[in-house]
Design a protein around this ligand. Structure first.
Ligand SMILES: O=P(O)(O)OC[C@H]1O[C@](O)(CO)[C@@H](O)[C@@H]1O
Length: 568
């Protein structure tokens, strides 16, 4: 396929389009009767069981998807990514988050230079620093050990670390290592988030980690200035050096902000924000909370998937299979959303993280060459842990719109509970739902079944489930740092595969810029109106009215406030 040819103009795409008609002839409940088909749609990798037999697909569909991957040159694109080529062409950058978790002796080149040694230089610096903070060798301005950490950051500088932290919080080894320590995340520019995060913390025993790839993000910088004020108003300006450190690619701005460059932890422009959890962005706060050895296990789990993704044949390659099936669902079956449903409360922040990884990566309107696309890319990702979601939005998934679901289950609970009078453990109860839901979606319930159950005639249509709703199941052996790393990398690479097939740049995010620049125009107006009484100009009628109403109704804000920090 020539680089300017769109994937929708290739034969495999056209064949898949035609193949939809074949698939529409067979209900999933009939596909599920074919045991050899089901067997061929299950695989095991490094302790993880993947079951995609409840996709609306046959082995024929998969073969066609492999041809599509060939037409899209997916293998070549994976190789180019791992070889450090500048596949993020609109930003002229390589995409090397895999180097962040590569073993110390690996060789991964960017611009002819092996980047692995500098990755490990930063990891070693984090290990050393986090050990000093945790052991009390590094103390705050008043000589007290720093037991609490507030990590300030947003988007990719927040969601990944929050997901991993939340997932580890109740894991036995992690609990032991985190004893007496707290890790909090301040993301939103909303002052309420500041108030909630500093409540109950003592600046004397708190370390603030400012996390920003660019060190220019408006929300993060305002929150960083706010917490700098919180520290210096309590302990004096000289305390900032002991209580604030940074993670960034922009060490110059870190220094200008007033953070000692020795206390800055670098990463590189070849790490996309949403792919940065394995850089100092995640590794530093998580090591402060849990110790470096646990975080190293997380990196190893991700690295294991990286190697698998790079080397396994597509027929047995978890991220490739998942990515191709998502393309099938979105581009051919017309399902534009995907539900991420972990049956583990520890994974409650997984869907929010994957929302950014997936939607910021693949929500694009043009090809990598800038050609407007005649097909849609990306999907709407959302999710909640089961069983909570079952009592919320599952109604729509069962009887309303068709939304392919990812069910993620865990064999061994982080916190098993066995009540002596109960038949099954609490975790068994949870997992009963994990096993039942995919079949409910696939098989549904027919009017005939309902009539046999003597359901009143006027209720039969209400109680009918059409079924034929696709899902896949991922069963993890347990939820420790290693498995969390595996899960992360599977989803990261799946998103890349989808983008490679759609022929887009999954590694830029120009779509976030317009809103930012309009906000900056509004910010200038608010300033001019408050300070100089200038009227609101240069906006359309609607925006002007909204801003004017806001200004008038909040005119009691002190015009020259002395610093007012939130209190709860
Ligand atoms: O780490 P930074 O530079 O503060 O950026 C935060 C986030 O902002 C974004 O650019 C989107 O606004 C994300 O891609 C990024 O993860």
């Amino acid at each position: 396929m020539a680089s300017s040819t769109l994937i929708c103009d290739t034969e495999p795409w056209k064949e898949l389009r035609a193949h939809v008609e074949d698939i529409n002839k067979t209900h999933l409940r009939d596909l599920m009767n074919d045991t050899s088909r089901c067997q061929s749609m299950m695989m095991e990798f490094d302790g993880i069981l993947l079951d995609y037999s409840r996709q609306r697909a046959t082995t024929g569909t998969l073969n066609k998807l492999f041809s599509l991957a060939e037409a899209a040159r997916v293998k070549e694109k994976i190789n180019r990514m791992f070889n450090g080529e500048r596949i993020n062409s609109t930003e002229n950058r390589s995409v090397l988050h895999v180097a962040l978790r590569a073993p110390r002796d690996a060789v991964i080149n960017s611009d002819g230079k092996n980047v692995v040694p500098e990755v490990w230089q930063v990891l070693d610096k984090i290990r050393d620093f986090s050990e000093r903070v945790r052991s009390g060798a590094w103390v705050g301005a008043t000589g007290k050990a720093l037991k609490d950490v507030v990590a300030i950051g947003i988007g990719g500088s927040f969601l990944g670390p929050l997901f991993v932290h939340t997932a580890l919080q109740t894991e036995a080894e992690a609990i032991e290592c985190a004893r007496g320590r707290q890790l909090r995340f301040l993301a939103n520019v909303d002052p309420i988030d500041v108030a909630r995060n500093i409540t109950g913390l003592n600046p004397e025993t708190t370390l603030v980690v400012v996390v920003s790839k660019t060190f220019t993000t408006a929300e993060t910088m305002l929150n960083a200035r706010t917490l700098r004020e919180w520290i210096s108003s309590a302990l004096g300006p000289q305390a900032v050096a002991k209580h604030m450190v940074a993670v960034s690619t922009n060490l110059k701005l870190v220094e200008q902000f007033g953070i000692d460059p020795n206390n800055a932890f670098a990463f590189w422009d070849w790490v996309g924000g949403r792919y940065s959890v394995c850089s100092a962005v995640g590794v530093l706060p998580l090591s402060l909370q849990y110790g470096f050895p646990i975080v190293e296990k997380f990196l190893k789990g991700a690295s294991s998937v990286d190697q698998h993704f790079y080397s396994a044949p597509f027929e047995k390659n978890v991220p490739v299979l998942l990515g191709l099936l998502s393309v099938w669902n979105v581009s051919f079956l017309g399902y534009s959303a995907r539900a991420i449903l972990p049956y583990s409360q520890a994974l409650e922040k997984f869907a929010p993280h994957i929302q950014q990884v997936s939607m910021e990566s693949n929500g694009k309107g043009v090809s990598i060459d800038g050609v407007p696309l005649p097909y849609e890319t990306g999907e709407i990702d959302f999710g909640e842990p089961g069983t909570n979601g079952q009592h919320s939005f599952y109604q729509l998934i069962h009887q309303g719109r068709v939304i392919p679901c990812d069910f993620i289950g865990v064999v061994k609970s982080q916190q098993p509970v066995y009540l002596k009078d109960e038949v099954v453990s609490n975790h068994d109860e949870l997992m009963s739902n994990f096993f039942a839901q995919p079949d409910a979606l696939a098989y549904g319930k027919t009017p005939e079944q309902l009539q046999k159950e003597n359901v009143a005639e006027h209720l039969v249509s209400h109680k009918t489930f059409s079924g034929n709703r696709p899902s896949l199941s991922i069963l993890l052996p347990s939820l420790n740092a290693y498995n969390i790393g595996q899960l992360l990398a599977i989803y990261e690479h799946r998103v890349a595969v989808q983008g490679f097939v759609w022929g887009i740049n999954s590694f830029d995010q120009w779509g976030v810029e317009l809103g930012k620049s309009l906000a900056s125009q509004v910010r200038k107006q608010l300033h001019a109106s408050r300070k100089k009484g200038e009227s609101v100009e240069g906006f359309n009628f609607s925006t002007k009215t909204l801003i004017t109403t806001y200004l008038e109704a909040s005119a009691d804000v002190p015009s020259d406030p002395s610093t007012l920090l939130p209190k709860i």
